[in-house]
Every structure is written in structure tokens, then in C-alpha cells.
Design a protein around this ligand. Sequence first.
Ligand code: RP5
Length: 163
Amino acid sequence: MASDKPLVGVLMGSTSDREVMQGCIDVLRELDIPHEVKVISAHRTPDLTREYALSAAYRGIQVIIAGAGWAAHLAGAIAGHTSLPVIGVPIDSSPLNGMDALLSTVQMPPGIPVATVAVGSGGAKNGAVLAAQILALKYPPIAENLKNYRRGITEKASQKVDT
Ligand code: RP5
């Protein structure tokens, strides 16, 4: 992209979520989408969560991806303070292996949606792809990068294993 101004905000509830969310960051890099990465917790830093959500659109952020584990309220809390699209990544960091995070993230009340992707590292990558698909509607270079990314996935999937 010509501009380095972040279009996507990647949030995680703890530094311990970094390993899972790295997949998200790697895909955004691969698609050349300017992004910022922050550790913000709905429970431990609630004021920061609110401030981030309220200022994101003004700063040029267009999509927010929020990953959290346990009683994962980060994506929902952000969505309550902004009308930007919010993508939630339930992280499998708890003794319930992410089932708690999945329900906490996906079960938003009517009117305040969180686009929830799969639990764990696959979901983190898909969060980036979904953000790219949203941004591709407006930014032709992202649409082009996404097309190549999808082509790569198709080629990899169609490789014969018995040659
Ligand atoms: C959640 O609690 C975080 O998203 C993380 O997945 C989980 C555990 O955090 P730590 O105790 O490892 O900091 O808020």
C-alpha cells in the first residue's frame, strides 16, 4: 500500500495471546495491509478499551480484529463503542479450550454484532482474510493481493500428493 497509516487494528487481551494472533499479523503482512497491534483487555484495562474503540475511526482504522480467551469480552466491548466492523477471534487459552471464548465472542445481542471466526490460530488467520475482504471493496491493491493469496491457497490445495 502507498500509505503506512494503519487501516486495521489488531487487538489481543494479553501478551500470552500473541502466539495465536501472530497468524493474523502474518497474513496482514502478506497482503500488505497497514495495521497496528495492541494489547488491550476488556477486564484488566477497561478504560483503555473504551478509549481505543472511541478513537479508532477518527485515526483512520477501518476494521478491528480482537482476539481474547477465557470470558472473552474484548471484541464485544470494542463493538459497543464503535460502528467499525469488529472481527472476534476466540482464543483457546483456557481450561475449556476456547469454548468459553467462542460463546463470549459470538453471542452478541441484536444490534451490536461481532463477526466471529474460528477458535484459535485458524481463526486468527481468517480474521485477517475477512478484514482484507472488507477492505478490498474500497482498495484495489488489497483486492489484487487477496486474489493472489486465494490463488495460492487453491494451488496448494490442488497439488497431487501421489506424484
Ligand atoms: C484473556 O485472558 C486473554 O485474552 C488471555 O487469553 C487470557 C489469559 O491471559 P493471561 O492471564 O495469560 O494474561 O483476557
